[in-house]
Ligand binder design. Structure first.
Ligand SMILES: [Zn+2]
Length: 241
C-alpha cells in the first residue's frame, strides 16, 4: 500500500501514513499509533485554539479507545471520559467511563472547560438538546471541539432516523457506524449539510461557531470529512476570554 511521508500530530512519530487508496475517511492510518485523519485534525485544532488544554476540566464523550483519547487521558489530569450505557444510571462510573447521555448530562452547570467528541453528533437524536446541555455545563469562555461528517453536496441537513423509547422510525436506509461499547453499532440519525453552523447558532445563540477545514499533508490531514467545529460559549463578546 502507498506510504505518505509525514509526522503524526497525535503521537509525534515520523513513520508516515498508510493510504487505503480511498477517501481516507477511515484510512490513512498513522504507521505508529494508527490514528485517523480526523483525529489528527482534531488534535491540531485543539493545540491551535486551546493550547492550555492540559490544565482544564475536559470531558470526552464516547472516546474510541484509540491513541488520541489515550493521550488526552495521559496528559490532562482533569480528563473525564464518558460512554452512554443503557443499563446503568447516568452519572455512575461503575462501568469505568462515566455514564453520560449527551442530551441529558449529569455534570453541574458551568463545571467544565471543554467538551470533546469525534463523530458523535451524527448519532444523537436531539442535537439541539445535546448542544444546549454542553452549553449549560460549560464555564463562560468554554469550548466544544468536535468532528462530524459534513456532506458537501447537502445545503441543508437531513434527518435519517428518529429514535423513540420503543423503537426507531427510519426516514432513509439505515446507516450504521462502529460503536466502541455496542457491537450492534451506532445508527446514523443525521446527515449534516452546509447549514450545520447556522443550525448550531440557532440552537444555542451564545455559541460562537468556527468551522475549521484543516489540510496538511505532512501531518496526514487529508481526504474527505476533515472538518473540526469549535464552539465558544461567549463571555462578553465573540471569542473573548
Ligand atoms: Zn501517530
Amino acid at each position: 500500500m502507498p506510504l505518505i511521508a509525514g509526522q503524526c500530530p497525535v503521537c509525534g512519530a515520523q513513520e508516515g501514513f498508510v493510504s487505503d487508496g480511498g477517501g481516507h475517511r477511515d484510512g490513512l492510518l498513522c504507521c505508529a499509533c494508527g490514528s485517523l485523519p480526523r483525529e489528527r485534525a482534531f488534535l491540531r485544532a485543539l493545540e491551535l485554539l486551546c493550547p492550555g488544554w492540559r490544565g482544564l476540566d475536559l470531558h470526552e464523550c464516547a472516546p474510541a479507545g484509540r491513541a488520541l483519547s489515550r493521550r488526552l487521558a495521559a496528559e490532562c489530569p482533569g480528563y473525564v471520559p464518558s460512554q452512554l450505557f443503557r443499563d446503568i444510571p447516568r452519572g455512575s462510573t461503575a462501568a469505568g467511563p462515566r455514564c453520560e447521555d449527551l442530551e441529558a448530562l449529569t455534570f453541574p452547570d458551568a463545571s467544565l472547560d471543554l467538551h470533546c467528541h469525534l463523530d458523535v453528533m451524527e448519532h444523537v437524536n436531539r442535537p439541539d438538546r445535546a448542544m444546549a446541555e454542553m452549553a449549560r455545563t460549560l464555564r463562560p469562555g468554554g469550548l466544544v471541539l468536535f468532528t462530524t461528517p459534513v456532506h458537501a453536496h447537502l445545503a441543508t441537513s437531513r434527518r435519517r432516523a428518529i429514535l423513540f423509547p420503543d423503537g426507531v422510525e427510519h426516514l432513509a436506509p439505515p446507516e450504521i457506524h462502529g460503536n466502541p461499547v455496542d457491537p450492534a453499532g451506532a445508527l446514523v440519525t443525521f446527515h449534516y449539510g452546509q447549514d450545520l453552523p447556522d443550525l448550531i447558532r440557532a440552537w444555542v445563540p451564545a455559541f460562537e461557531v468556527l468551522r475549521l477545514e484543516l489540510l496538511d499533508a505532512r501531518a496526514g490531514i487529508l481526504g474527505a470529512h476533515r472538518d473540526v467545529f469549535a464552539l465558544r460559549l461567549q463571555e462578553g463578546g465573540p471569542w473573548a476570554g
